[in-house]
Design a protein around this ligand. Structure first.
Ligand code: SAH
Length: 361
């Protein structure tokens, strides 16, 4: 990247008010900002030349004065069950994965918020990558526009779940900016009810989320009912324990009829006993909650096993008997390693050119 390029603002990174301000600053009418936002986010057009309702000289000026980056589709792979995994390349050559999960019964895009992840949960493959870097808002929202385009779903309704690579609350500001872009009426105009943020429970960020004007559905990756057990699986639990997370959930402002989802990865012989189920039911009493059991998706290098169907059923039954709303997540796309916890991008190696550019920066 040349020095000049680094100074050019990237329009894909701006929320609409900022985009409008950027064009006004250059002597244009604010509504041009709205038009550009629509081209980028709603229509997936990132070539200024193709923005046909803008005057030609403005298109030229935009190309001169701004960048407009977008993730590119490096590879896509389809599972027998219809799930599709997309490998996307970012402007700096890093790669991330996003997943399309059809007919659940809704259409769902599973989106990443970081390259890698710092949380290092014991059973998650992404955690093995460690954190490479945060994604920008444009890169988070960019996954949605690339998938919607590739799947010809720009005008269809879909949900997004922030359950791809990364911990969304560890990348709080960019994640929230991306959600606002997706919610913008000039963009996909997505209702926050169609958005779910899944977190391992970064408490200060969770408290902040509770005060956000744009509030996605919340999912908490709990995985164990006690600190002793959770501490072994989720290193962050040593900092923010089970009781504190549950207390924060009790305070969390929920829309009418909505519930917090508690995700619980079932690991054979580790957290899948009847006693664990009973403790979990007790823990969640008084929380507007539902439990989503996720039988482990095994992967090489993950030192756990998936429990038998009998054990999974029994765990679910104990919860249900105690009045807990419970579902068992069907693992989609396991054959293409697109299922929960199986997203990892190998060989994040830079080309010689990229290394050189990095050294010169
Ligand atoms: N960092 C966020 C979102 C990403 S993961 C979070 O932790 O919530 C989405 C869900 O997949 C999480 O509940 C995570 O714990 C779960 N998961 C991770 N590895 C898994 C595996 N190998 N099998 C099944 N689920 C897994």
């Amino acid at each position: 990247m040349s020095g000049k390029e680094q100074r050019r603002p990237d329009l894909a990174e701006l929320e609409r008010p900022a985009l409008e301000a950027a064009v006004v600053e250059r002597g244009q009418d604010a509504f041009r900002g709205g038009q550009i936002f629509r081209w980028i986010h709603r229509r997936g057009v990132t070539d200024f030349g193709a923005m046909t309702d803008l005057p030609l000289d403005l298109r030229r000026r935009l190309a001169d004065e701004f960048l407009l980056t977008t993730p590119t589709l490096a590879h896509r792979e389809k599972s027998w069950d219809g799930t599709e995994k997309f490998l996307l390349r970012l402007a700096d050559g890093r790669q991330i994965e996003s997943v399309f999960i059809p007919d659940t019964p809704s259409m769902t895009f599973c989106i990443s918020t970081q390259v890698g992840c710092a949380m290092a949960c014991a059973f998650c493959l992404t955690g093995k990558m460690a954190l490479v870097r945060h994604l920008t808002a444009g890169e988070i929202a960019g996954q949605v526009r690339v998938l919607a385009g590739a799947l010809d779903m720009r005008d269809k309704k879909f949900n997004i779940v922030l359950m791809g690579m990364g911990e969304p609350l560890h990348n709080y500001d960019e994640t929230m900016r991306a959600l606002r872009m997706l919610n913008d009426e000039y963009g996909f105009a997505m209702s926050p009810r169609r958005m779910t943020l899944s977190t391992v429970g970064l408490l200060p960020a969770l408290e902040k989320l509770a005060r956000e004007p744009l509030m996605p559905n919340l999912a908490i990756s709990l995985h164990a009912p006690t600190d002793r057990l959770r501490g072994e699986l989720v290193p962050l639990n040593k900092k923010y324990g089970v009781a504190d997370i549950i207390a924060a959930c009790k305070r969390f402002p929920l829309a009418k009829r909505s519930r917090i989802t508690f995700e619980y990865v079932l690991l054979a012989g580790v957290n899948d006993t009847p006693e664990d189920a009973r403790q979990l039911a007790k823990l969640l009493a008084g929380v507007k909650s539902k439990v989503n059991l996720i039988p482990l998706n095994a992967a090489p290098g993950i030192p756990f096993e998936r429990p038998s169907d009998r054990v999974i059923d029994q765990f679910a039954r104990i919860l249900a008997e105690r009045g807990v709303v419970v579902s068992v997540r069907k693992s989609r796309g396991r054959d293409i390693r697109a299922a929960c916890g199986q997203l990892i991008v190998e060989g994040q190696k830079l080309s010689t050119g990229q290394r050189l550019a990095g050294a010169l920066r």
